[in-house]
Design a protein around this ligand. Structure first.
Ligand SMILES: [Ca+2]
Length: 389
């Protein structure tokens, strides 16, 4: 019964909806008109008369076809942003005031040149640079989640992907290749029972790509929980957004795995009653991704921090922890930071999983509230008594 109630609650909480149809040809599977079927080359230079449906471009762009001799096998076809390469598409926002979160896959044009490959994603009033300098997975492709912005019904949004030239040789194969774009609109979160952290279970984040098993990387974003792909939390360092289909997730469909080591993690801020006591409960674990080691996670509430340890044998474990604290200020930051850098035998960066974070007014405060209600009722009763007399 409790499980069922939890499920209903979770589905109510998960207000985001996938909007794959917001973008036209998001995986570049509709080819340019004169693509030769028997072309032996995996890379085809596009010209103004030979565009990819749905997209406009500038500079040097190549249409990439997966073949046996290439590691670029994300989804059949992709786009390489070469020198001064830029592709764009305008989509129309289709909800009330809604946040838009993008998932995309990116790879260097050649397996041997992941360094110094950059992709710039921009929309009106926002630009973000993604670097492939640090490879977190074992595949050539990395998937990222990115907060684009917030727009109202009917607003046109021009989404642009472009390359940056960082190497002296412009003929390099190393230019970035992008694929599998997935745009999601995220509505407001409903109140999560008496949890003061509405997205404490991390169920609202970027959409997972159906053809990918490795999770989605979330790069450090500006310290605003309102401009993050992970609703209400911002990211320090790099974390991985993991799904229950491919990883061990302690609660619901998604959780956070802190993968980039020392002082990386997630943070949010809540408005609390100064001087009152609160309890913070959370689950730490491992994602069942062969991540073996001793995890140390610092849970910070306001200006105080406490470390929690968990020994992982990498087969999927979870343990609940809790702490109580007194709010010293009304705006109180809450964060979970990892103090360990671990790689699996395959060289995949991994680390502690955080999930199911619940913040509540502690028992003392509940009593205080009950007392206030009692006093209020007593005064009301007294007034009524005098009025009736
Ligand atoms: Ca969860």
């Amino acid at each position: 019964m409790k499980m069922k109630a939890e499920k209903i609650f979770l589905s109510l909480l998960f207000m985001g909806m996938a909007s794959a149809d917001l973008l036209q040809n998001p995986d570049f599977e509709s080819p340019p008109a004169n693509l030769k079927g028997n072309s032996t080359s995996s890379f085809m230079l596009l010209s103004q008369s030979n565009e990819v449906p749905g997209w406009t471009f500038e500079g040097t762009i190549q249409y990439v076809t997966a073949s046996q001799d290439t590691s670029l096998l994300e989804n059949g076809h992709a786009i390489q942003l070469c020198q001064d390469g830029k592709i764009s598409q305008t989509f129309i926002a289709n909800g009330g005031i809604t946040d838009y979160v993008l998932t995309f896959a990116v790879a260097p044009g050649d397996r041997n040149c992941s360094h110094h490959v950059y992709v710039v994603i921009s929309v009106p009033h926002s630009t973000k640079v993604f670097s492939l300098k640090q490879q977190y997975g074992k595949e050539t492709w990395e998937r990222y989640g990115h907060y684009l912005g917030s727009w109202g019904e009917g607003e046109p949004v021009n989404l642009v992907f472009q390359s940056i030239r960082v190497e002296s040789n412009p003929n390099t194969k190393c230019w970035p290749v992008i694929d599998s774009l997935l745009l999601k609109s995220v509505g407001t979160l409903s109140d999560a029972n008496d949890n003061l952290l509405p997205n404490g279970g991390f169920e609202t984040g970027p959409d997972f790509l159906s053809n990918s098993t490795g999770g989605i990387l979330l790069a450090e974003n500006i310290p605003s929980a309102f401009q993050s792909p992970l609703k209400l939390w911002y990211v320090l360092g790099t974390v991985k957004y993991i799904d229950s289909k491919n990883f061990f997730v302690p609660q619901g469909n998604a959780a956070i795995e802190i993968v980039s080591g020392v002082s990386a993690g997630i943070q949010t801020e809540v408005i609390l009653k100064k001087g009152s006591k609160y309890s913070l409960e959370f689950t730490l674990g491992d994602a069942n991704d062969t991540c073996v080691g001793d995890f140390v996670v610092g849970a910070q509430t306001g200006s105080t921090s406490q470390n929690f340890s968990l020994a992982s044998n990498g087969t999927g474990s979870a343990k609940k922890f809790s702490l109580t604290f007194k709010a010293k200020t009304s705006a109180t930051p809450i964060s979970f930071l990892s103090y360990t850098t671990i790689q699996t035998r395959d060289g995949v960066y991994c680390g502690p999983v955080v999930d199911d974070v619940v913040l509540r007014a502690s028992y003392g405060m509940k009593l205080e509230m009950q007392l206030k209600v009692l006093i209020y009722l007593y005064i009301l009763g007294a007034i009524l008594y005098f009025l009736w007399r």
